[in-house]
Design a protein around this ligand. Structure first.
Ligand code: BEZ
Length: 394
């Protein structure tokens, strides 16, 4: 249906309802597409949430803030990375604000709440970060799409890179929640397959940052290397504490790229030199597409983008492609989802496509901290699909 026809159809329906004396809800009187942003704007993942928000809005602004010809309206909820409020917060957007699409979130535990609401209500959900496996594996759903990763994707290629450096015995350390545990699964799979041994797995609850006792334990174990999952403010504290404990330069530190992503300022960079990570983006990627993205982002937000900004930006690109295919009629779900499934996203990270289970098939880069950059050393895994079985859609 064209936008003009859509507007006329809606107007006729509204007129009919008005003449029959029915009360018309305020949201139905507007032809705007209602977009809900459920992200952490406070707490240890605040910077990540804001970056997703920035990237998403930037993608839409590039196209005049229109989706398939229709104007957009934003609704926002701070999810605080608090899993116990996940369902309630998602319902604020879906039931109260009647959003057409929910963009969120960052934290895997909170995503569980969004996922429950998305499956029960059928609202379109685009995940701009949280990597919980279930969303695109056991509980995958036709109305849920992800523009980021599964938690085990970035760490899958890490072990091979460590073995290439001769690090045969490693300690794994993480926050103990879905993202950390699933990142650990990916690491284990890749590292064991490459011939490595995990001598100890250590953990602490999210978002605890009391690392001292665990670092003392690592010093006494003396592994060849340490691999980890941390992100945001907690990652920054871990890197600092690792250096302060005298481990930097003695036991090489590796991680999924979230460890150093968006954090390398003047204060942190000295403690982070030499850390090697695997991730699907680096600001230092030398491509025209990334250069143009960086320039525009820096102009707009007076800072450099990071992976979270790219994932938010790609959530916007995916929605733009889907909405354009249905001329803004998001109720045409069959055609909308088919277009989103077939989308090729021209991302600052490199072009990527959607797997059958709605998760990116993408390259993973090996990166090393040099100065204030995650310098790309090469491609650690080409066109990596999620390692899980996934679900078969359509
Ligand atoms: C997660 O909870 O899924 C997550 C959070 C930050 C970075 C990566 C994953």
């Amino acid at each position: 249906m064209t936008t003009r026809r859509l507007v006329l159809t809606r107007s006729a329906a509204l007129l009919g309802a008005a003449s029959s004396g029915l009360l018309i809800p305020a949201h139905a009187q507007s032809n705007k597409i209602r977009i809900g942003l459920m992200l952490p704007y406070t707490g240890t993942f605040a910077q990540l949430g804001q970056a997703c928000d920035n990237g998403f809005r930037m993608a839409l602004e590039e196209k005049g803030n229109k989706l398939g010809g229709r104007e957009v309206e934003f609704f926002k909820v701070d999810d605080e990375s608090e899993p116990s409020k996940g369902v309630e917060n998602a319902n604020k957007l879906v039931q109260r604000d009647k959003v057409d699409v929910l963009i969120g979130t960052v934290h895997s535990g909170v995503q569980m709440g969004i996922h429950k609401v998305a499956r029960e209500t059928g609202v379109l959900n685009i995940i701009p970060n949280a990597g919980m496996h279930a969303a695109t594996r056991a509980l995958c759903a036709p109305n849920v799409f992800r523009t980021s990763f599964t938690n085990s994707q970035p760490t899958l290629a890490l072990g091979k890179a460590m073995m290439a450096k001769g690090h045969k015995k490693a300690v794994w350390i993480t926050w103990k929640y879905a993202a950390g545990d699933e990142a650990g699964e990916g690491f284990k799979e890749g590292y064991l397959a490459a011939g490595g041994t995990i001598v100890k797995e250590l953990g602490l609850p999210f978002p605890n940052v009391e690392f001292q006792a665990l670092l003392t334990e690592i010093a006494s174990i003396k592994p060849d290397a340490v691999a980890c999952f941390f992100s945001g403010g907690g990652a920054s504290k871990f890197i600092r504490d690792y250096a302060a404990a005298g481990l930097k330069g003695k036991i090489p530190l590796y991680g999924s790229g979230f460890l150093t992503e968006g954090l390398l300022d003047d204060d942190l960079a000295p403690s982070a030199q030499g850390i090697m990570t695997t991730l699907h983006y680096s600001t230092s990627l030398a491509t025209k597409r990334n250069d143009a993205f960086r320039l525009e982002y820096a102009k707009k937000f007076k800072m450099q983008p990071d992976v979270y900004a790219v994932q938010g930006y790609d959530a916007g690109q995916l929605l733009l492609q889907g909405a354009s295919a249905v001329n803004g009629d998001l109720s045409n779900k069959k055609a909308l989802y088919a277009a989103m499934e077939a989308a090729v996203i021209d991302s600052p990270r490199g072009k990527w496509t959607m797997s059958k289970a709605h998760n990116p098939v993408q390259d993973m880069y090996l990166r090393e901290v040099k100065g204030k950059e995650n310098v790309v050393l090469g491609v650690a895994a080409k066109a990596l699909s999620d390692s899980g079985v996934g679900c078969k859609l359509g």
